[in-house]
Write a protein that binds this ligand. Structure first.
Ligand SMILES: [Fe+2]
Length: 253
């Protein structure tokens, strides 16, 4: 049994969709796939991907990213309600959005949202960051309440972790230091919406052996303390320099 990871599939891009659809229908029958968010904003595309990937992997585990929770006027729902719809689609294809215990590893999805703990909100972000227009929250929800809403879903205590590799994953970044140095300057204005320091606390308490995250669109493999942090974002079609654009195996057992 192998565990593969990917995030940020963004299958609105036809080339990304083709890549998914060209994955082997034979090779992964015994394997698990972790999807660390941002499959698509379109529910039909999310369902298409879930249906296909659940058919070729033994098990698929997923947490939503910000793009997955984008809504529009016609949908007439907010982003929290969309999360529940996605959960029903995941259930339909036996895709797990909660803890999965395998023989040698335990996979822990960590729900999260950015809470400006990596930096203060700035005007450039207010003008350009699409979540502020595409995500819709219950009235009077502050950023802290949005983050709390996601963190409160996490269940990190009710399972037996003895003698097992702990593999946690989130869409957002748990530590801004995980952004590679060469990339820091070009995205520093995005720091406030990259993740949350609270995630790192959860990961430290869990004592994760591996933590997989998405959102950054720059592949990363860095060990900090006990934990190996991995980003294997597929990314947008035009992002070809910092993304391997293939599944990454993180565990074999
Ligand atoms: Fe994202």
């Amino acid at each position: 049994m192998r565990i593969y990871v990917i995030s940020d599939l963004h299958v609105e891009y036809k080339q990304n969709r083709n890549w998914v659809n060209n994955l082997s229908r034979i090779d992964y029958k015994q394997d698990t796939l972790i999807i660390a968010g941002d499959v698509a904003a379109d529910l039909n595309l999310i369902e298409e991907v879930f249906k296909f990937l659940s058919g070729i992997f033994f098990k698929v585990v997923y947490v939503p990213g910000n793009h997955d929770l984008w809504v529009n006027e016609e949908m007439n729902i907010n982003s929290i309600e969309k999360l529940e719809i996605i959960r029903k689609i995941a259930d339909k294809y036996d895709i797990s959005m909660s803890v999965v215990e395998l023989s040698g590893a335990i996979i822990v999805p960590l729900y999260s949202w950015y809470d400006y703990s990596f930096g203060k909100l700035n005007q450039e972000l207010i003008n350009t960051w699409a979540d502020f227009r595409r995500c819709k929250w219950p009235q009077n929800f502050s950023q802290q309440m949005i983050a709390e809403c996601f963190f409160s879903i996490n269940k990190t205590e009710d399972f037996n972790i003895k003698n097992k590799k702990i593999i946690s994953f989130s869409h957002f970044l748990p530590d801004i230091k995980l952004v590679p140095r060469f990339f820091t300057n070009s995205i520093s204005y995005l720091f406030p919406v990259m993740g949350s320091k609270r995630l790192l606390e959860v990961i430290s308490n869990l004592q994760s052996d591996i933590h997989v995250f998405g959102h950054l669109h720059v592949n990363c493999n860095k060990t900090q303390g006990k934990t190996r942090f991995i980003n294997n974002s597929f990314g947008y079609t035009y992002e070809t320099y910092f993304n391997k654009k293939k599944l990454q195996c993180i565990y074999e057992g």
